[in-house]
Design a protein around this ligand. Structure first.
Ligand SMILES: Cc1cc2nc3c(=O)[nH]c(=O)nc-3n(C[C@H](O)[C@H](O)[C@H](O)COP(=O)(O)O)c2cc1C
Ligand SMILES: CCCCCCC(=O)C(=O)O
Length: 386
């Protein structure tokens, strides 16, 4: 694996020494700016913006900037091993692709392009229930790649059971249940443009292709897609799913289950007590609660409280290799990459996602080596200063 990432580093450097610029920027912030120039305003601001004033989107980045690495010298970190294994999934590096819905608003190949790029690098992708492509289509594109499935939890048991059984049959190994989106956050950028992504692109393929969901409709999604979308949105929103219903998911999913959107240490303890296998410390990239705490700021206390019982994953604000290193040092066992790979998709479909991933992994590898770290297991808060 070192060869894979190392060779990419050399490739970019050699191109640079030869005077050839890479096709897309190697920097996530610049990639966001160029994505803005090439995407339609509705899809771009849907991806980029956050809830309310955007204070939590900013807080996520500021939290990373408050932590600094303290590099060590002469540590013989030439040969690095970034690989890890998480809930039975072997990974070349502690990085996954976060679930991102309706990718057809960004690129026509949507989640299929993402699935191919992820598989090529061996990075697990987490497929969203709000995907523009079906569970089965994405599995076929992902091939032998590792894949997890993210559930927006329908309040109809038959629909939930049907979707979970399809995911299991199609080779998704871990279930991620997102808890922080029981209603969409207040998103002024989307509201001002009257932009609802599900009405654009190809809609939501997973419920639309689901027999249990289709059986509930008066008209098929092909006949009346707006009505089908509304039915689905009402089904996955609302507060009628509680901690008491987690055993239902356990009955219908025999692999690991991870709760996404955990921000309070007591909720993390509750997840562990409920027999969950992991949590994702996340504020949904600042898209749900404006003014919510930066996800990185609550990571250390959650990792300390439950990290010896369940896996603690992290997302919200990861943009660089150093960010990956910082989150791991603060107790995460892996991180999920969100918006940056969506900008890669916008730039170049599969090639764009692959580019973003390879840059992040090469940057992470170099940052590990230059700060004197050989393996992810070696990281601890002692490599950081606040
Ligand atoms: C356009 C977009 C769509 C998203 N869709 C989903 C989704 O369907 N399910 C989910 O659990 N999270 C979804 N998320 C949240 C991501 O999984 C992740 O938590 C977030 O992007 C992390 O923040 P970051 O992108 O700033 O790093 C979405 C995020 C974006 C930007
Ligand atoms: C009804 C919830 C669907 C939201 C799907 C996309 C998403 O998570 C987002 O942040 O936008």
């Amino acid at each position: 694996m070192a060869e894979r990432f190392g060779s990419y580093q050399s490739e970019i450097y050699l191109q640079g020494f030869g005077g050839t610029k890479p096709e897309f920027s190697t920097d996530a912030t610049r990639l966001e700016s160029s994505a803005e120039a090439l995407m339609e305003p509705g899809p771009f601001s849907y991806v980029a913006s956050g809830a309310g004033s955007g204070s939590t989107v900013r807080a996520n980045r500021e939290a990373f900037d408050r932590w600094k690495l303290v590099p060590r010298m002469l540590t013989d970190s030439t040969d690095r091993d970034l690989s890890t294994s998480l809930l039975g999934t072997p990974m070349p590096a502690p990085v996954l692709l976060a679930p991102v819905g309706v990718q057809s608003i960004v690129h026509p190949e949507a989640e299929l392009a993402t699935a191919r790029a992820a598989a090529e690098l061996g990075v697990p992708m987490v497929l969203s229930t709000a995907s523009s492509k079906t569970i089965e289509e994405v599995a076929a594109a992902n091939g032998a790649g590792p894949r997890w499935f993210q559930l927006y939890w329908p309040n109809d048991p038959d629909v939930t059971a049907s979707i979970l059984s399809r995911a299991k049959k199609a080779g998704y190994t871990t279930l991620v249940v997102t808890l922080d989106t029981w209603t969409l956050g207040w998103r002024p950028c989307d509201l001002d443009q009257a932009y609802l992504p599900f009405l654009e692109g190809e809609g939501v393929a997973i419920p639309f292709s689901d027999p249990a969901f289709r059986a509930l409709l008066d008209k098929t999604p092909e006949e009346d897609s707006a009505a089908a979308i509304l039915r689905w949105i009402f089904m996955v929103t609302g507060t009628d799913r509680t901690w008491r219903q987690l055993p239902f998911l356990r009955e219908h999913w025999d692999g690991p289950i991870v709760l996404k959107g955990i921000q309070h240490v007591d909720d993390a303890r509750r997840a562990a007590d409920a027999g969950m296998d992991g949590v994702i410390v996340s504020n949904h990239g600042g898209r749900q609660v404006d003014g919510a705490v930066a996800a990185l700021d609550v990571l250390p206390e959650i990792a300390t409280a439950v990290g010896d019982r369940i896996e603690v994953l992290f997302d919200s604000g990861v943009r660089t290799g150093s960010d990956v290193l910082k989150a791991l040092a603060l107790g995460a066992s892996a991180v999920l990459l969100g918006r940056p790979y969506v900008y890669g998709l916008a730039h170049g479909g599969e090639a764009g996602v692959r580019h973003v991933l390879r840059c992040l992994l090469a940057d992470f590898d170099i940052s590990m080596g230059l700060s004197g770290n050989r393996s992810v297991g070696q990281l601890s808060p002692s490599v950081l200063r606040r």
